[in-house]
Design a protein around this ligand. Sequence first.
Ligand SMILES: [Zn+2]
Length: 81
Amino acid sequence: MNSDPRDYKIDISSINADEPKAEAPNARPFLSVRFDCCRVYQRVYRNRDGTRYEGRCPKCMRAVTFVVGDGGSNERFFVVE
Ligand SMILES: [Zn+2]
């Protein structure tokens, strides 16, 4: 009795790897700003033109603007006194 073992060829191919998700189209860059006036942190988002970051202190509504320009700072964290 000669059993005839079969070759089972099992192809374990990985299911398509997850494609990297594209960045959300509405994801806007922002700065982390600390408002010393009220000692709170707030994100300041870039405006639609991409020319500046505009934000307000969440407590006293004081407005701040950071202009985007060449040679500017690469900092992402600012303190507004
Ligand atoms: Zn404030």
